[in-house]
Write a protein that binds this ligand. Structure first.
Ligand SMILES: CC(C)(COP(=O)(O)OP(=O)(O)OC[C@H]1O[C@@H](n2cnc3c(N)ncnc32)[C@H](O)[C@@H]1OP(=O)(O)O)[C@@H](O)C(=O)NCCC(=O)NCCS
Length: 303
């Protein structure tokens, strides 16, 4: 069977993150397998434990995020990435014949992959079947667990905003009331023109923007402006008919993950003191109200 170059079936900014781990007796096999599947793997963000990364790198030119070696904590790092939803598929060629000093980490990794329903192939034939499945390249399949079934059981997908999302951001604003927009901007905004909307989609390095979608419909967005002193300011709005279904919470939780990955230590928000919806959202997320001044409340949370 020849390796195929597969195009991912959803045009998302996010890519599949794949972990490669091989114990010593299986490293050559892993390198050979990775070389065989190089075209497919080159469409993914690759994470590999240190020695596996060097064996694979000797066989093919692939950009690899190198973790610690397994016995020094690499398997544990992959387990942590799985728990945070940052690894979507694991290829783990482990050696069942040799006792490993880090057996507990291996067990932990297998447990976390199963717990979080992350596909994991532990031998070459499973790996062949997994990577050649049409589902492997279907981002909609892998990211389905990023949605959350809450309240009225809507399934929400949260992703990073990209520069061509202007119409989708407009759609969110158009599905809010002028009161909602007042809560968001502290001033009445009936219309947002393209120039105003662009600041929500053309994001510099110090801004993280997330869009929540229910099926194909945009239902909310959240931004965080990093102020350069390890903290970031939150701005969030959810469309009227998607309220109180966990969209806001889902957006802020994902924002917190993105900010932590950038080293940001604290999230804060300014809202109208009487904004009960935000107060409820803040409560559910552990954001603490730290003060009120001139009718504006401040909320903070460590990340
Ligand atoms: C604040 C806002 C983003 C919340 O979004 P949301 O998607 O409705 O929030 P969630 O559904 O995730 O709610 C989180 C929790 O707050 C509760 N909650 C939300 N709105 C509530 C309300 N009006 N009254 C009581 N509880 C409320 C939810 O029931 C949920 O509780 P739970 O954790 O016990 O299940 C939304 O109301 C909004 O867009 N408001 C206008 C803009 C704004 O005020 N932005 C904030 C300033 S930047």
């Amino acid at each position: 069977m020849a390796a195929m170059a597969l195009a991912f079936t959803r045009d998302e900014p996010e890519r599949l993150s794949v972990a490669l781990i091989a114990h010593d007796a299986r490293k050559d096999e892993m390198a050979e397998w990775a070389a065989f599947n190089a075209d497919t793997l080159s469409n993914c963000d690759i994470y590999a434990t240190a020695t596996t990364a060097s064996s694979v790198a000797r066989k093919l030119d692939l950009r690899i995020n190198t973790l610690l070696s397994g016995p020094l904590g690499g398997d544990a790092q992959v387990g942590a990435l799985i728990s945070e939803g940052r690894i979507h598929v694991v290829f783990f060629f482990w050696d069942p014949l040799t006792p490993q000093p880090h057996d507990v980490d291996v067990k932990m990794l297998l447990r976390l992959a199963v717990l979080h329903d992350v596909p994991i192939a532990c031998n070459r034939s499973s790996a062949d079947l997994l990577i050649s499945s049409p589902l492997f390249t279907d981002l909609g399949y892998h990211f389905r667990e990023q949605g959350e079934h809450v309240g009225e059981r809507i399934s929400v997908w949260v992703r990073l905003i990209r520069s061509d999302d202007l119409a989708r951001c407009r759609y969110v604003f158009e599905h809010t009331t002028s009161e909602d927009r007042y809560c968001r901007f502290f001033q009445f905004k009936e219309d947002l023109d393209d120039a105003q909307l662009r600041q929500f989609v053309e994001l510099g390095d110090n801004v993280v923007g997330l869009l929540a979608e229910r099926g194909d419909e945009p239902v909310g967005m959240a931004h965080a402006w990093i102020d350069g002193r390890d903290s970031a300011e939150l701005g969030i709005i959810v469309s009227r008919d998607a309220r109180r279904q966990g969209v806001g919470r889902r957006l802020v939780e994902r924002l917190a993950t993105e900010l932590r990955a950038r080293g940001v230590k604290e999230l804060f928000a300014y809202t109208l003191a009487e904004n009960v919806s935000f107060a409820a959202l803040a409560r559910s997320l552990g954001l603490t109200r730290t003060g009120v001044e001139a009718g504006v409340a401040t909320y903070r949370r460590s990340l």
